[in-house]
Write a protein that binds this ligand. Structure first.
Ligand code: MG
Ligand code: ZN
Length: 197
């Protein structure tokens, strides 16, 4: 369809090291600090009517390093600074729990997509490490890695797609989708399959 905008069903962001600076097992809302460009990137996606969600491993809960309540407070701070998300999918387990949600397992991506009523195949998963990309791949989603100093060289090499920063992610995700829909002066032109005047 010539006139149809192509947009992803949703963009699912890893939290730590992607949307906010990674403070391991953080339970203190005061330490929440957005990554560069996060506010702007989310704003552009929201204005383009693309649902945004968070898919995050929080094994600190299973490890007893932060309480569910502290985690909730941190997540509330994230929304205060970055705006509301259409869905949150959180894994509070640890590797030994053998759950199906802890990335690199696909559970969080599948859950967030289900909540948003879109197919995982129409989702983009944005993260800073290989686990995020593996979860995307396992769920059939498009993965985009935004490396930080913590990202391993091997993870960058293995990534299906690598972006410079969150602004670059939005460019990639919306490329071609933000162009204005061409005006058609006569409705019957489209009905007859005339795509141009
Ligand atoms: Mg991360
Ligand atoms: Zn889990």
């Amino acid at each position: 369809m010539v006139f149809e905008k192509r947009r992803p069903g949703a963009v699912l962001f890893d939290r730590d090291g992607t949307l906010i600076r990674d403070v391991p097992y953080n339970g203190d809302p005061g330490l929440v600090e957005p990554m560069p460009g996060a506010v702007e990137a989310l704003g552009r996606l929201r204005r383009a009517d693309v649902p945004v969600a968070v898919v995050t491993n929080q094994s600190g809960v299973a490890k007893g390093l932060l309480s569910p309540d502290e985690m909730d407070q941190v997540n509330a701070k994230v929304e205060e600074l970055l705006g509301p998300f259409d869905a949150w999918a959180i894994c509070v387990h640890d590797d030994a729990d053998g759950c199906t949600c802890r990335k690199p397992a696909p559970g969080l991506v599948i859950r967030a997509a289900a909540v948003l009523d879109v197919s995982p195949r129409d989702c983009v998963v944005v993260g800073d490490i290989g686990r995020d990309m593996d979860a995307a791949r396992a769920a059939g989603a498009r993965g985009i890695l935004v490396p930080t100093e913590q990202t391993l060289e091997e993870e960058i090499e293995r990534a299906p797609e690598v972006a410079d920063d969150l602004s670059d992610v939005v460019e990639r995700v919306l490329s071609g989708a933000e162009e204005p829909v061409p005006a058609v002066s006569a409705p019957w032109a489209r009905a007859m399959g005339w795509s141009r005047w």
